[in-house]
Every structure is written in structure tokens, then in C-alpha cells.
Design a protein around this ligand. Structure first.
Ligand SMILES: Cc1ncc(COP(=O)(O)O)c(C=O)c1O
Length: 395
């Protein structure tokens, strides 16, 4: 039993995972074996991609992807990252840039309704730089499991000479636009297998791409720069170790076998939340949106609180009075203390990411959460909001 009556997240471990882990232990093959390959095959089949490369985390998936682009295509003139995301999206880029020529990196604000990158700002940046920007890398984040508008992004970027979209789909395995998983609109797509994600291996990640040259580079990078030549394995370049172990992959395989059920259940829970919020907190708390032809997988169920409600108070009361673990949803990168040390980082903000950092919260959602517990959370939130109004308290 955890600390809270209702935790924020709880990993879903299908019974088969125990059997597969047992098989790995009995086989004595703990790395580079059957299960890593199987996990890669299952993800590739699910998202209809040519190459899926298992790595040690969502962060290393991003680092490997950005490094591959720099190595194969050179340093981009412009990198575009939404301001509202987990810091790993930016950190991976800063770390991979070491030793390469400085670029302009833009932290771009997000939309108030979907929390994903505001493509009108991207368009403005492109217009501003249209004379010299030859190579642009955009890293849309499919935040909380909701797809960023890759179609609009592709359209805007198609005006520059060369562009690459690296999707940060850390929590968005299975998220779709027009029935296509987001990787279909991207050169590279990065998934996380952290315990709060759709599929979890404890720690882990995956790079998805249809580009064989990029895939070969990343396979080498994750394995010390090794590559297979006719005369055997050779160390071709100074790579690193980003590998996922067989034990981790075995857990992921068991989940990928039931991925449709995992996502369908999360969507059912989210639907119930939205109905109850509409019933008990109508016009007070704003539930997540799902636009026509956009498919949310609800890695997180994030709601927006009215501006007069004190977020810290809501988190505190929900946790300590109702034993419901809620927390802030995500971060405004532009508020990170180390941003100012990087002269190439510029801000293109409207105040939305800063508002969302202070006025959104993630509610519990996990496979196995009962609809009764969803109702308990919503009713507790209704009571909590009543006591966390800054205006009431100061009057
Ligand atoms: C949007 C986003 N990108 C990247 C990551 C990093 O993933 P990992 O924790 O697997 O390194 C996370 C993790 O929370 C995330 O939410």
C-alpha cells in the first residue's frame, strides 16, 4: 500500500511480464537478446515504422536523435522547442550540442487549449529568418499524450531548405492525428518507458524512424560506436552505452502485447473524468481538449484551474486531506535558472507557459483505476477548490 489512497500513477504489469522475466533470468542472456529485439519489433509493428531502437531512457532517445542529426546533417541554424515541457526536451539538445557551432534556439510558447506548441509563433520565426535559415530542427512535444499539430508544423517548415522534426512523444505512444501515429509526420520520434508513461520498463526509451542512415548511426551510438563489417564488429566512432537490458525489455513486451487495451482503458478513465468535471466543476476547472481527428492517449490527465485558485494549496489539500496524489503538470523552460547561461537561447513567449506552470495540475490516472476513484478525486477537487481561493482568503 502506497502513501496515498489514490496515487498519481501506478505501473501496469501484466501477468505475462513475470513469466518473461523468469525466462530471461533462466536463459542467462541479460542484454542484447531476444526481448530487446521483440520489443523493437512490437513497437515498429504498432506504429508502422521501419526502425525502432530501444535505448536506456526517453532522454537518451532525444540525445541520440539530436546527435544523429548533427553528425549526419551538421548543426542546425535554428532549433525550435516548446517552452512548456519536461526539462529533458531541452537538456538533451544542450548536451548534444557540446563542441558544435552555436545556433539559435527558440523556446516557443504553447496554446492555452491544447498545451502544445503554438505554430503561429513558429511561422513568425520562420518569416523573420527566411533569408538565412537553411536548416531547422523542430522538437514538438506531444505533451501528456496529446499530439502537437505536426501537420501545421510540416507545412510551415516546408518553406526552409531543410528541416527535421524530432517528436518528443515521451508519453505519447499511440497518439494519433488523422488516424496516423505521430511518428508518421516526423523524421525521428522519441518514446519514454518511465513508470508514468503508457508502457513502462522501469527506465527505458525508444527511437522510431524510417530513415536507415539515422537508424544505423543510433544503433552504433547506443553500443559504443560498434558496427558490423564483413570482418566482424568494429568500433567505428566513439559511441556510448544507451542500451536497454533484457529484463527491462521483457516487461515492455508483455505490455506491448496488450497496448490497445492499455490505451482504451486510459481513454475510458479520462472520459469519465471529463463527464464528472462537467457535472461538478463546470466552468471552473477546464478538462483536456481533444480536437477533431486528434487522438489523446492520456499519459497524464491535466486540468486548468481558475487563476484565482492557489495551485500549491490545491496540491497540499488534495494530498493531505483527501490522500489523492496530484502534482503540477509540467514546467516553463524559460523559468529554469540555467537558461541565461546559454546565449543562443531566445524566448518567444506570450505568457501562456508561465500561466500553465502555475495553474494546471495532473490528476491521478493509471490502468486499473476504478471509476469510483475517479469520482472521489473530482468530488475532493470540488471541495478543495472552495478552500483554495486566493480572493476569498484575502477578503
Ligand atoms: C516530455 C518529456 N520528454 C522527455 C522525458 C524524459 O524521459 P525519461 O524520464 O524516460 O528520460 C519526459 C519524462 O518525463 C517527458 O515528460
Amino acid at each position: 500500500m502506497g502513501k496515498f489512497r489514490i496515487p498519481l500513477a501506478r505501473p501496469f504489469i501484466p501477468p505475462k511480464a513475470h513469466q518473461y522475466i523468469h525466462e530471461v533470468l533462466s536463459s542467462g542472456i541479460l542484454t542484447k537478446g531476444h526481448y530487446v529485439k521483440k520489443l523493437e519489433e512490437l513497437v515498429c509493428e504498432y506504429v508502422k515504422a521501419h526502425h525502432c531502437i530501444a535505448v536506456s531512457s526517453g532522454t537518451t532517445a532525444l540525445e541520440a536523435s539530436f546527435s544523429a542529426i548533427i553528425e549526419l546533417y551538421g548543426s542546425p541554424d535554428i532549433v525550435i522547442i516548446p517552452d512548456f515541457t519536461f526539462p529533458a526536451t531541452l537538456n538533451a539538445v544542450i548536451r548534444s550540442l557540446k563542441g558544435h557551432k552555436p545556433i539559435n534556439l527558440y523556446l516557443v510558447d504553447v496554446r492555452m487549449d491544447t498545451y502544445t506548441i503554438d505554430t503561429t509563433i513558429v511561422e513568425r520565426i520562420m518569416t523573420e529568418f527566411n533569408t538565412f535559415a537553411e536548416f531547422v530542427v523542430a522538437i514538438p512535444v506531444h505533451i501528456f499524450g496529446y499530439p502537437a499539430n505536426d501537420i501545421e508544423l510540416q507545412h510551415i517548415l516546408s518553406k526552409v531548405k531543410r528541416y527535421v522534426i524530432i517528436g518528443d512523444a515521451a508519453g505519447a505512444l499511440g497518439a494519433k492525428i488523422n488516424g496516423n501515429t505521430v511518428n508518421m509526420y516526423e523524421t525521428l520520434t522519441c518514446i519514454s518507458f518511465h513508470p508514468r508513461k503508457i508502457v513502462t520498463t522501469g527506465e527505458g526509451g525508444m527511437v522510431i524512424t524510417n530513415n536507415s542512415e539515422i537508424a544505423d548511426f543510433i544503433r552504433g551510438l547506443r553500443d559504443h560506436g560498434r558496427t558490423l563489417k564483413s570482418n566482424g564488429l568494429i568500433f567505428k566512432f566513439p559511441g556510448t552505452n544507451y542500451r536497454l537490458s533484457e529484463l527491462q525489455a521483457a516487461i515492455g513486451v508483455a505490455q506491448m502485447e496488450v497496448i490497445d487495451n492499455i490505451i482504451a482503458e486510459r481513454r475510458r478513465i479520462a472520459e469519465h473524468y471529463t463527464e464528472l468535471i462537467d457535472k461538478y466543476l463546470h466552468n471552473t476547472v477546464i478538462p483536456p481538449v481533444e480536437e477533431h481527428n486528434f487522438y489523446h492517449v492520456y499519459q497524464s490527465y491535466v486540468v486548468r484551474l481558475p487563476s484565482e485558485i492557489d495551485q500549491a494549496c490545491v496540491i497540499d489539500v488534495m494530498r493531505n486531506k483527501y490522500s489523492v496524489e496530484i502534482q503540477i503538470s509540467s514546467y516553463a523552460l524559460s523559468n529554469l535558472p540555467y537558461i541565461k547561461s546559454y546565449k543562443y537561447i531566445h524566448k518567444k513567449l506570450n505568457g501562456v507557459s508561465h500561466f500553465l506552470e502555475r495553474h494546471t495540475v495532473a490528476l491521478p490516472i493509471y490502468n486499473g483505476m476504478s471509476l469510483h476513484d475517479v469520482e472521489y478525486v473530482v468530488k475532493a477537487l470540488r471541495e478543495t477548490i472552495g478552500v483554495c481561493n486566493i480572493e476569498n482568503r484575502s477578503s
